[in-house]
Write a protein that binds this ligand. Structure first.
Ligand code: ZN
Length: 197
């Protein structure tokens, strides 16, 4: 699939249809870069990816090979076929201008995964309010014993990838995360490829 990789520039985002059975590879070309993924059922654009259902139905917050990602209505959306990194997050929402302004009240504008996903998915008539918790590939958010979470540098190495198989026709949005703090200080590109068996 390497020859067909498409690059998302730093702090960018995109959206595209992914047919049932299609395989989506997300690659971190340089390492330590997060990619936020959100998707919806292509025949019911308001039925989007659900972190809560996926955690409940997989009995884990640590997603890797073999796990299934579900929609809010409980429909299987994406199955994880392979994963060379093993550390991803499915707890937090995409970074947003509001989040950057909470961290820095002087911030007037900062690119964000929320904005990038909203713009990309709007091309498919998916309203921004449908976007909830994203599957944050390569994001490293350990949970402490008391329940506190921290956002640490991703553990992904250059070339690490996670591969999903679509379980139904989907519209998928992806970003190269815009938050320096989630990406060990620098925002880098993400690459992806789509293949059918
Ligand atoms: Zn982000």
């Amino acid at each position: 699939m390497n020859d067909d990789r498409i690059r998302i520039p730093p702090q960018g985002g995109t959206a595209f249809p992914l047919a049932k059975g299609g395989k989506l590879s997300i690659v971190d070309p340089y390492g330590e870069q997060v990619c936020d993924l959100f998707c919806v059922d292509a025949v019911n654009l308001l039925d989007g990816l659900s972190s809560g259902r996926s955690i409940d139905y997989n009995d884990t917050i640590h997603f890797t090979n073999g796990h299934m990602l579900y929609s809010n209505a409980g429909k299987p959306l994406l199955k994880i076929l392979s994963d060379t990194c093993g550390t991803h997050d499915f707890l937090v929402t995409p970074c947003s201008l509001q989040m950057f302004q909470m961290l820095n009240p002087e911030c007037t504008y900062h690119p964000s995964c929320q904005e990038n996903l909203a713009k990309a998915l709007a091309q498919y008539d998916i309203p921004a309010h449908v976007i909830t918790t994203t599957f944050n590939a390569f994001m490293n958010v350990p949970v402490g014993l008391g329940g506190a979470i921290r956002v640490l540098a991703p553990l992904s190495k250059p070339g690490d990838q996670i591969v999903f198989e679509a379980q139904r026709d989907l519209i998928v949005g992806l970003t190269a995360c815009s938050d320096e703090g989630s990406n060990n200080g620098s925002c880098k590109p993400i690459e992806y490829a789509v293949a059918r068996e």
